[in-house]
Design a protein. Structure first.
Length: 619
């Protein structure tokens, strides 16, 4: 029997490892930037072309490598971070596996220029698919310069499954942000296709968060800090008013490493349980300093899943720290003791004569059950006349129903569908309805139709109306612009730069006039007419954020996303009292829409309580 087990060649083994370590261009940038951080760099520059498909360049001013180290760094499990297995539980560096460079070199063409700080001359190394093409001395500055070209050129299946450039660029920005938030003392820059997307100067942690996510966030951050023997926790958490339905500004870091931890996330959200509406999320940036021996980061190659030895006690420490931050720094209304102009309140003086309490007066002989001669009965005279025409009027009142029908009702000749069981109706299926309406709890519009009682949710109805109106405006570019007296500045985070080029022209079609001020800041010079009372700065940020979360949508998807976000903000709010004229106008505009049944996000707008169910309820 022949032997069938054999050792895989290094090139094949490296490609297998690359499948776990290098999943997309963002993985390459993450590994190279983390290596630059471990090398003690003070400035790191990243340059990408075509979202990393064509080339990725990472330049740092770290300590660099010697000629021998440069060659050895691309071998599997070659690392300067650890020497023995016990070092895995005392990690102070970002990398330690020794697989990143070998995995990158296995699926790309790599050029490295590096020079050690103690050397006068550097070394240039070129590798393609794990094979060294050349290595020679070169003059270069201290540090390392990695150029990764044609990623996955020898793995067509992996390259085929890459997403669009916009999606991959968004993933790169996400990975880049996670590193920049850990090291505020390092200067970072990111260029894409010769355009500068990120330029972060060295500073403190709060300044770095503001530089990444915008100046508006600075007013919503509450500092968190607690030091214990088990762990030290520091960072920032957002105020309750900064909560959003979808919040991507939620970060946990342990010993300088980004991690995902749903259990600790629950500890943060529990502190805001009664301070924010259900389903809302608050931003947070929490940094844990833990003994490396008490955590295990060697679970997955991405190193985002980390196990804690003392998870439960740390959860309690974190929850207490968040509660303390909220209680200590949240704005609490002060008690006003200013009594100027207020009426004088008399004080009790025991030396003065006491005022006698009033004495009640009553008739002791009064008996409500005793009949008297002067007793009156509340029975009107000639009561028979009130019921003389009862038989002839009852039929008329029954036909009128809850709401009277107009003689010129345009739907009066439409017969009801006796077999209709659906709760929603299109225009050509709409039965008779009354021009008179009733508003229930300032939320629902109720109107009588021939088949029963129609109930319309006013906010959702107006959302559908405005949604279709905004879509039409973007298609015809017929929006009316209202100039603002005092322009405001809105700042979009770096992650929004991916899709801003597509979104800004569509915002202009909707009536927004924005002027680019640089570094992601825009001046709002004009807004669509009819936006009174709406915070259009927050609206713009939400509109762009909603579109970014959908990845790289088509132009039609961008139109729908922008129109939905704007319609949701501009629609008639729940609780607003409407006149009958306003309700009639709203109903007429709703049934002029292409879809009267559901909102753009799939919620029911109206329902009908059938007449037979009303009769059953009444017995």
């Amino acid at each position: 029997m022949s032997d069938i087990i054999q050792l895989l060649p290094d090139s094949v083994a490296n490609q297998i490892a690359a499948g776990e370590v290098i999943q997309r261009p963002a993985s390459v940038i993450k590994e190279l930037v983390e290596n630059a951080v471990d090398a003690g760099a003070k400035s790191i520059d990243v340059v990408i072309v075509d979202a990393g498909r064509t080339s990725i360049q990472v330049i740092d001013d770290g300590k660099g490598m010697s000629e021998t180290d440069a060659r050895l760094a691309f071998e599997r499990h070659a690392t300067s971070k650890i020497n023995k297995a016990d070092d895995l539980f005392a990690l102070h560096t970002m990398g330690f596996r020794g697989e990143a460079l070998a995995s990158i070199a296995a699926v790309a063409q790599v050029k490295l220029k590096t020079r050690h700080k103690d050397s006068e001359i550097g070394s240039e190394l070129e590798i393609s698919a794990s094979k060294v093409v050349r290595q020679e001395p070169i003059s270069c500055p201290v540090g390392s310069n990695f150029m990764v070209e044609n990623l996955f050129f020898n793995v067509p299946a992996r390259r085929k499954f890459l997403k669009t450039n916009s999606t991959e660029l968004n993933n790169i920005l996400t990975a880049f942000e996670r590193i920049t938030l850990v090291y505020p003392e390092i200067a970072f820059s990111l260029h894409s296709n010769a355009t500068e997307l990120v330029n972060l100067r060295p500073g403190n942690l709060r300044q770095r968060i503001v530089d990444v996510f915008g100046k508006k966030l600075n007013h919503d951050l509450l500092p968190v800090e607690v030091n214990t023997q088990m762990c030290n926790i520091r960072g920032f958490v957002g105020k309750p008013e900064s909560a959003k339905k979808k919040c991507t500004q939620q970060f946990f870091f342990v010993n300088g490493r980004y991690m995902k931890h749903p259990y600790f996330h629950k500890a943060v959200m529990n502190a805001f349980e009664r301070l924010v509406p259900v389903g809302m999320q608050v931003p947070y940036f929490i940094y844990f300093d833990v003994n490396p021996g008490d955590i295990d980061v060697n679970i997955h190659p991405t190193k985002t899943e980390i196990k804690f030895e003392n998870e439960q006690p740390i959860w309690q420490i974190l929850a207490a720290a968040i509660n303390d931050a909220i209680g200590k720094f949240c704005e609490i209304p002060s008690i006003d003791f200013d009594t100027e102009g207020q009426p004088d309140m008399p004080l009790f003086d025991p030396s003065q004569e006491m005022i006698a309490p009033p004495q009640p007066k009553y008739n002791a002989d009064y008996n409500p059950f005793r009949a008297t001669a002067t007793e009156r009965h509340n029975v009107p005279d000639k009561w028979e006349d009130l019921y003389r025409n009862i038989s002839s009027d009852s039929q008329t009142q029954e036909e009128q129903g809850l709401f009277p029908m107009a003689d010129d009702d345009p739907y009066s000749d439409i017969a009801p569908n006796e077999n209709e069981e659906q709760l929603v109706y299109e225009n050509n299926e709409l039965t008779d309805r009354s021009p008179a309406h009733y508003q229930y709890k300032a939320t629902y519009i109720m109107t009588a139709v021939k088949s029963g009682l129609m109930i319309i949710e006013q906010h959702r109805a107006d959302m559908r109306i405005k949604y279709e109106r905004y879509l039409q405006q973007m298609c015809t570019q017929s929006a009316h612009v209202q100039q603002v007296l005092f322009p405001e500045v809105v700042q979009f985070p770096a992650s929004s730069a991916v899709i801003l080029d597509k979104v800004l022209p569509e915002l202009a079609k909707m009536g927004f006039e924005l002027s680019d001020l640089g570094q992601g800041s825009y001046s709002i010079n004009g807004v669509p007419a009819g936006m009174e009372g709406i915070d259009y700065r927050t609206l713009l940020v939400n509109m762009v954020a909603e579109t970014v979360e959908k990845g790289a949508p088509s132009l039609e998807a961008i139109h729908k996303s922008l129109a939905l976000t704007m319609a949701r903000a501009a629609a008639i709010p729940t609780g607003q009292v409407l006149t009958n004229v306003e309700m009639e106008s709203l109903v007429n505009e709703l049934f002029a829409c292409s879809n009267v049944n559901y909102t753009p996000d799939g919620k029911a707008i109206l329902c009908i309580l059938p007449q037979r169910e009303i009769e059953q309820l009444m017995g």
